[in-house]
Ligand binder design. Structure first.
Ligand SMILES: [Mg+2]
Length: 264
């Protein structure tokens, strides 16, 4: 049997808002019964991995924290490799601060090595102002992701990309982003599963992050139409996924177990 492992986007693939997507639970069960490794891969930096796992379990998906990989973790590990024991001013929520702490970083208000921006609902103008001043003084600007908005049950709200844009515009400094589609996060999640490039399948509902990230890494990719992308949107993109299905439960066994050539 071919070695294979899955990276699964969450919002639009496993659930939408607080509703489980049909087929998601069965698909995770199929992966488990065959001993296929996987990670839930999210560009949401608000929650710690343990909290994400709990959210999944409450929705009816068996998940442990080791199966969750967030852009906050990817960002914290990346920064720890760049500057061990560094300092960060954090514009974001507890998931981001916790990941930085766990990787040996200190969270500070002054003299920061980095200004690290995630999304959240506690943003104030004073925080943006402080971030701008720190970047002006030489702190490096990091975004956990550049998603322009986040889906909610009531519509969209500004995402990390929209928040960091205020600091970029004010300072003229462009942020370095770690989350999907950045190879930093895409590769870190693969490394955690102990797989090689050709053995990874990315399943997502967003062309600009999930599918682009997979195409750039050389992973196989599956676009699910259970989230934010419609079939007619595909003509806008020069790159295409290897497989398109209405929802994750419809990924056929043949696609999982064999290195099939691209099929649409
Ligand atoms: Mg999604």
């Amino acid at each position: 049997m071919t070695n294979v492992g899955f990276l699964l986007d969450m919002d639009g693939v496993i659930y939408r808002g607080s509703k489980l997507i049909p087929g998601a639970s069965g698909f995770i069960g199929r992966l488990r019964s065959h001993g296929i490794p996987f990670r839930f891969l999210t560009n949401n930096s608000q929650r710690a991995r343990r909290d994400v796992a709990l959210k999944l379990r409450r929705l009816g998906i068996e998940a442990t924290e080791n199966e969750v990989f967030t852009c906050a973790m990817a960002t914290a590990r990346f920064l720890a490799s760049q500057k061990p024991g560094g300092t960060a001013y954090v514009i974001g929520e507890h998931g981001l601060a916790a990941a930085l702490h766990r990787n040996g970083f200190s969270v500070v208000d002054d003299d920061a090595d980095y200004v690290v921006v995630g999304e959240g609902r506690t943003l104030t103008f004073e925080m943006i102002e402080r971030g701008v001043r720190l970047v002006e003084k030489g702190a490096r600007l990091i975004a956990t992701n550049l998603d322009p908005n986040c889906p909610t049950e009531h519509g969209i709200r500004p995402g990390c990309g929209a928040i960091v844009a205020m600091i970029e515009r004010a300072t003229g400094v462009q942020a370095f982003s770690v989350g999907k589609p950045s190879p930093v996060m895409m590769r870190a999640a693969r490394t955690e599963m102990g797989l090689r490039t050709g053995e990874v399948v990315m399943v997502g509902d967003t062309m600009e992050t999930d599918i682009l990230g997979a195409v750039q890494m050389g992973y196989r990719s599956v676009l699910v139409l259970s989230g934010g992308t419609r079939r007619q949107d595909l003509k806008k993109f020069a790159y295409q996924p290897d497989l398109i299905v209405d929802h994750v439960g419809l990924i056929p066994d043949e696609f999982i177990f064999e290195n099939l050539p691209a099929c649409l």
